[in-house]
Design a protein around this ligand. Structure first.
Ligand SMILES: Nc1nc2c(c(=O)[nH]1)N[C@H]1C(S)=C(S)[C@@H](COP(=O)(O)OP(=O)(O)OC[C@H]3O[C@@H](n4cnc5c(=O)[nH]c(N)nc54)[C@H](O)[C@@H]3O)O[C@H]1N2
Ligand SMILES: Nc1nc2c(c(=O)[nH]1)N[C@H]1C(S)=C(S)[C@@H](COP(=O)(O)OP(=O)(O)OC[C@H]3O[C@@H](n4cnc5c(=O)[nH]c(N)nc54)[C@H](O)[C@@H]3O)O[C@H]1N2
Ligand code: SF4
Ligand SMILES: [Mo]
Length: 574
């Protein structure tokens, strides 16, 4: 049966992000959700296996019945199973079709393989050395860290209280479940590790740093990718390193809200802080995003369930609107839910724009799966706002249309601003992905996808973005910093990683680790090192450390690599 595959976040997938080699991650990312009628057509029961095939490959998933998923759609958590089906065609935007490819689905008796097995299939070698079961630097006994900052999602909550007992985190007061899992995660690497053939061995920082510098200094087309889960200070050094080696430096924006940035570059951006939203917003629109799962405290801290200076009654004072292709966890909490067809955002934004500008009569009876009457009602709600906010998600940037979807959204906001006050804010994902755009722009002039091979900064997403470079087999050395491209890039773009010098700068074993020749673990920002992060609304926040450890920070490791590269290059010129 032909179906449309779409993907996104789930709580279980998010909780397992720091245990990707474990069973819970494989289980939570090899699921998929289908409408009961589609399951009947496929002749399968809840919990049975199905085979999903794309032009790239076929993958076994466990089917879960869900009447929230519309007929004809197969909805999956992001991860290596879903991404095995994808190609890295980004349509010249840097972001592939994570949400919206046609697949063939059938019943099967085959069993799912593990996430690590999927990496082994592509030439990866699993990491088989012991890892730590205590947080480095954590003394014996009971300790409590007050006012800690959460280095997980773009909300960067700064009101946490972390309880440690004998080297382990036992509870995280105020933090959501995603945050608690990051703080509680064990399994940090004991020291840097190198791989020769199929053998992993632990080594010291001197050897791992010298080897990394050698790879980088001799590479023809190095790519330094990631950066959204490290500090602004580390990014600064990374950019200097990319310039020194004439490489490409790209950050996770390109696979995430990069298309949002492209839209902002085209038409500007009426933005505001989360504080303004909390105190003023009476109409809150969550468009193509699912904060209940992806930013679990967003609705309670800033929008739905909190009161503000001009919104004393909290929930009573706010109208919540959700626009999605399925009835998400957030949609269930909304006052108005608009269920649209996948990829219909461009049409629906423009229809609303016509309504808001008084030209609704030209519209047909149905637009993008929504009745005109529903849109007219929503138009009235939007126009009735004193202060309205649109939060946009990667449902817009990962579906066809990409930056043009976001542009249409901004143009609707412009129209609304002729009548009342509105702003639009992307619901940025990782805790410092907004920082990547700030620091890259500040330092190089461009927000992501910067190519230094000409000696000057050159920017052309679709050409100089990570997925595109790997897809075109251009890269001969890939330094992966605080991101997991093994888990999250399309299969065709990670195939090359096993054949080149892949170096991973990450404190944990990830699904990129099996492809690495060298892995350098640094201290973790917000746990045993400090650094600057930018919250999703662009507010810089000092992420303090809560423990002292002897593990060097990403910034220190990168600085040492940079000095070593400079030394090697100097030797070569004498
Ligand atoms: N649990 C968990 N939380 C996370 C993460 C995680 O991995 N797990 N990752 C973090 C990151 S990196 C990011 S970027 C954020 C992302 O946070 P969100 O933007 O909320 O991400 P998604 O869940 O991928 O997609 C949001 C919604 O888009 C809908 N959608 C799909 N296609 C379309 C479409 O064509 N139109 C419309 N209108 N909607 C569509 C989906 O049904 C889904 O409910 O989450 C962050 N938080
Ligand atoms: N099918 C599908 N695929 C998708 C998406 C989708 O919706 N659907 N979404 C896309 C999006 S929006 C994104 S952003 C990506 C996911 O983006 P990724 O960056 O791949 O997400 P994570 O798995 O959270 O990886 C973060 C890594 O940083 C490491 N880390 C944490 N703290 C630190 C630190 O202080 N220092 C260092 N050096 N490392 C640290 C963690 O151990 C982990 O390995 O996936 C993309 N892929
Ligand atoms: S909402 Fe985001 S920043 Fe806040 S505690 Fe949860 S994961 Fe951390
Ligand atoms: Mo993201």
């Amino acid at each position: 049966m032909k179906m449309l595959m779409s993907s996104g976040r789930t709580i279980d997938q998010g909780k397992a992000l720091y245990h990707k080699e474990g069973e819970s991650y494989s289980r939570s990312t090899s699921l998929c959700y289908l409408h009961p009628m589609d399951m009947m057509d496929l002749d399968i029961e809840d919990g049975e296996q199905i085979l999903v095939s794309s032009p790239v490959t076929s993958i076994v998933f466990t089917a879960i019945q869900s009447s929230d998923t519309p007929r004809g759609i197969i909805y999956m958590p992001l991860g290596p199973y879903c991404n095995a089906l994808l190609t890295g065609n980004t349509h010249s935007t840097g972001a592939p079709d994570f949400k919206g490819i046609i697949v063939e689905v059938s019943a099967t008796k085959e069993k799912s393989v593990s996430a690590t097995d999927l990496m082994i299939d592509l030439g990866g070698v699993p990491f088989d050395l012991p890892t730590a079961d205590r947080v480095p630097g954590c003394p014996d006994g009971e300790i409590v860290a007050q006012h800690a900052v959460c280095p997980m999602c773009g909300c960067v909550c700064d009101d946490l209280e972390i309880h440690f007992s004998n080297g382990k985190v036992t509870s995280v007061v105020n933090g959501c479940t995603l945050c608690a899992e990051k703080f509680k995660a064990s399994g940090r690497l004991l020291s840097p590790a190198v791989r020769e053939g199929n053998e992993w061995r632990y080594t010291d920082y001197d050897e791992a740093i010298t080897k990394t510098a050698m790879c980088l200094a001799h590479a023809k087309r190095p790519l330094l990718y990631g950066w959204s889960s490290t500090s602004a200070e580390a990014m600064q050094v990374g950019i200097e390193l990319a310039e020194e080696v004439g490489g490409v430096i790209d950050n996770c924006s390109s696979e995430c809200h990069g298309p949002t940035v492209l839209a902002i570059q085209e038409v500007g951006h009426p933005g505001c802080t989360l504080g303004q939203v909390k105190n003023r917003a009476d109409v809150v629109v969550y468009w193509a995003c699912n904060p209940q799962v992806a930013h679990p405290r967003h609705m309670s801290r800033y929008t739905t369930y909190t009161s503000g200076y001009f919104r004393k009654e909290g929930r009573e004072d706010r109208t919540i609107v959700v626009v999605d292709i399925r009835e998400s966890e957030t949609a269930k909490l909304a006052d108005v839910f608009l269920k649209i067809k996948p990829g219909a955002d461009f049409a629906v934004f423009n229809a609303l724009r016509a309504i808001v500008s008084g030209k609704g009569d030209i519209l047909p009876d149905e637009i993008g799966g929504v009745e005109k009457g529903q849109l007219l009602k929503l138009g009235d709600i939007l126009l009735g706002a004193k202060f309205g906010i649109f939060f946009t998600g990667v449902g817009l940037t990962h579906s066809r249309g990409k930056y043009k979807n976001v542009r249409a959204g901004i143009e609707l906001i412009d129209e609304l601003n002729r009548h009342t006050k509105y702003a639009l804010s992307p619901l940025k994902g990782h805790w410092n992905v907004d920082g990547t755009c700030h620091i890259f722009s500040l330092t190089t002039g461009y927000p992501f996808a910067i190519d230094y091979s000409r000696g000057i900064a050159y920017y052309n997403p679709g050409e100089t973005s990570g997925i595109d470079l790997l897809e075109r087999n251009e890269v001969d050395c890939c330094v992966v910093v605080s991101t997991d491209i093994g888990a999250h890039f399309p299969r065709t773009s990670i195939e090359r990683l096993a054949k080149i010098n892949t170096i991973v700068l990450d404190p944990y074993v990830s699904l990129t680790t099996p492809f690495a020749k060298i892995q350098l673990p640094g201290s973790i920002v917000g746990i045993d090192t400090q650094g600057t992060a930018y919250r999703m609304d662009g507010i810089p926040i000092h992420v303090k450390k809560i423990l002292d450890s002897s593990v060097p920070s990403d910034t220190e490791i990168l600085q040492r690599i940079l000095s070593e590269v400079r030394r090697i290059k100097k030797e070569q010129t004498v």
